[in-house]
Every structure is written in C-alpha cells, then in structure tokens.
Design a protein around this ligand. Sequence first.
Ligand code: ATP
Length: 431
Amino acid sequence: MELDLLSKITALSKRRGILFPNSEIYGGIGGFYDYGPVGVEMKNNLKRMWWKYMVDDRDDVVGIDGTIITHPKVWEASGHITGFADEMAECKKCHQRFRPEDIEGKCPKCGGTDFSEAKKYNMLFKTEVGVIEGETTPAYLRGEACQTIYLDFKNVVDSSRVKVPFGIAQIGKAFRNEVTPNKFTFRTREFEQWDLQFFVHPSDMGKWFEYWKEQRMSFYKNLYRKSENLRFYQHPKEKLVFYAKDAFDIEYLAPWGWAENEGIHWRGDYDLTQHSKFSGKDLSYTDPITNERYIPHIVETSGGVDRTFLYLLFDAYEEETLANGELRTVLKINPEIAAYKAAVFPLVGNKEEITGKAREIYTMLKKDMKVMWDDRGNIGKRYRYQDEIGTPKCITIDYQTLEDGTVTVRDRDTMEQVRVKVEELKESLTK
Ligand code: ATP
C-alpha cells in the first residue's frame, strides 16, 4: 500500500458524498469533517453493527447515551485537567514530561539532555455554562466518551437488572484539541468513540481481559476484508499509566504503517475510586448473593468510529483495469456497511413501460432495504458511480423485463450479470 491511497480516498470521499471538509466554503477548519449523504448511511450501518455485536446479541451489556458536557469536576477526577494542563517537553531518554521551567538544562529524573519541543498538552475544549456574566461556570467538552459511563454506573445498577459481571456500552462524540490533526479523519478534533466498560469482580480481571481482547479482534476481523492487516500491540510495562496493569491496542496496517484502531485497557478500580473520592458518593457494589461489597474492576474497550470508517475505506478500495483498458475504481466494502444494498436502473428514462416497471420494483425493494434509484446518464456511468460508493448489486429493468419478468442483476465485485425473476429478487439480494 502506498501513501497515495490516502489522497485517492480523500478525493473519492469528496467526489461521491462520503466525507467533506467541514466549513469548506470558508476555507475549512483543521481537524473537522462532515459525513455526506453516502457517508452518513455507511457510518450509521457501522455503528449499528457494533451495537448489535456489543449490546443486542448479549445478555450482559446495556447501553447509555450520555452528554458531551458534564460537571467540570469529572475532568479533575479523571486527571485530564491537572495531568494535561501544562506546557511540557518530553525527555527523549526516559520519556518523562516536564514543564520547561523545571528542566534547567537537564532532565530532573535521568539527567538526559535531549528534549522534544515543548507543547501544550491540555487538549480539552473549554466552554461555559450559563449566560449571565460573572455567573457562568467553566465546563469542558468531553475529551473521552467513557467518563459518562462511570458517572452513570450507580444509576444503571440501581435502575436495571444487571449483575456483575456486566458492561455498559456507549457510542458518542469526544473532542480533543489535537496539536496536529492529520491524515484525513485519522486524527481529528471532533470524533466518535465506541466504548465498553465491563465491570467485574477483582479476582476475575485476567479472564475477562483476555475474553474482551479476543471478542474485539474478532469483531474487526469480521468487519474488514483483509484480516492480515490487523494485529495486537502490547504496551510495554514501563509505559503504562500507573493504575493500568496491562493494555493492548488493536492495530491496523494503514498506508503509513501500523496505527491504533482500538485500545483494550486493564483499568482496575481507578475510575470508580476516583469518582467516589471526588464526588463523595459511594460507588461500591454489593453482590446480591454473597453480600460482598467491593468496587468493581474495569476492562475497557475503546475504539474510534471515524478511524474505523477510514480504515474500512482503505480496506475496500480497489482499482482494476478492465478488458477494454478502462480503469475501474470500486469500494469492495462489507455489504452490511454499504450505504445502499442495491441500485435500481430503468434501462432508458423515456419509456413509460420501463420506468413504470422499474418504479414498481424499486418501491417493492425499498420496504425491506435501502435502495437507490438512478436514471441519470448511460448504464456504464451508473455502474461507475455505484462501484465507487460500494453498492453490492445493480438491477436493470429493460425490454426483456416486460416480456419475461426478469431483470439483470450485476455484482459489484465480479461484475457478473445474471437474469433473476422479479419474484425471486428480494431473496437473491438478501442471500
Ligand atoms: P492516539 O494514540 O492515536 O492518540 P489514544 O491512545 O489517545 O489514540 P484513546 O484515548 O485510547 O486513544 O481513544 C480510543 C480510540 O479513539 C482510539 O483507539 C482511536 O481510534 C480514537 N481516537 C483517539 N483520538 C482520536 C482523534 N484525535 N481522532 C480520531 N479518532 C481518535
């Protein structure tokens, strides 16, 4: 894979309504992107797939949908304010970060003299709640979506039928004022995360950590076509945050090399303990059978929706040279993710019997799946468009349809065309 792929994907996304730079008419704004008419359908399908896998298909996970703005103390408790607020430089030898004024020529920890350039590390977006001057409260857009799960932990336990071990899942926006947003939607300032916080008895952590590692890898292997582009990366022990016992990233082989897709973290009791401390509320759990009281430990799986979406485009993109020498661009994307399951074409746009029959078929299919109507330009152009947005099947209604009730179904990947009876169409498409 060449880096060139990134610019091809960026151009295709704009050309076909998958992703647009935000505020483009004003010259754009770094690190913000909008999903277009095709992209939003694909992204919704992607999120639905995750939700089904993580919530609907299981008995031990429930969902929430929390807010973007929370009580500002949340970010003190989480360490985001104090931990990231200062301008810092990193010692290239021991990787510790210091305020420039604390360095005085050499690293206070290891004596090293080589430092990265000092950067502001607080990536939280600040805002204010309230409108009366002098009475506003500072607040932050959430820097990670998962914090609302900890905030709702007690309410979920008290209001639902869950018992440890169980999980709370959420898909939602996170905001980071990244110093260098880059590589299209790989690193942006506003993005969505899909998170699971799985609460377990402390003695069961090892088992559940392994379990979720495997579950999450299997989700991605099923999602992408090329599973060889996935691997685990274990964080070296010396780089783990102090409360974490273990951490793995699921990495994807992007055009620029292996890059994070999702993190699987052994968070222990850190988050609930911190929020207990800062809020003064008891966040412990009492086992309904043994009456044992404890703070549940947490296995976290936290991935980027937009980043997965971008990797999916890399994974699906193909250029093929056809027999006539023409170049075909096609998104061989997982059919579950494709914006439209099929496109319906009347062969010609000016023959009432054909367009009428095509409308009838289109309306019938629309009841069960997302289909697109297209009567613009010649059939070749319509195929080109549908290939580029990854529509798995194209259905053409022609003169023969009027005679024998069959239509042409053309496959995106093989380009093979078969004639199918209208009555069997639905079944052949859902197969
Ligand atoms: P990175 O090392 O790439 O900055 P991270 O380790 O800070 O990521 P986490 O805080 O673990 O990321 O967030 C979980 C997931 O959210 C990441 O695996 C990634 O997919 C996604 N993510 C994080 N930051 C961004 C961003 N700026 N833009 C898009 N997605 C992001």
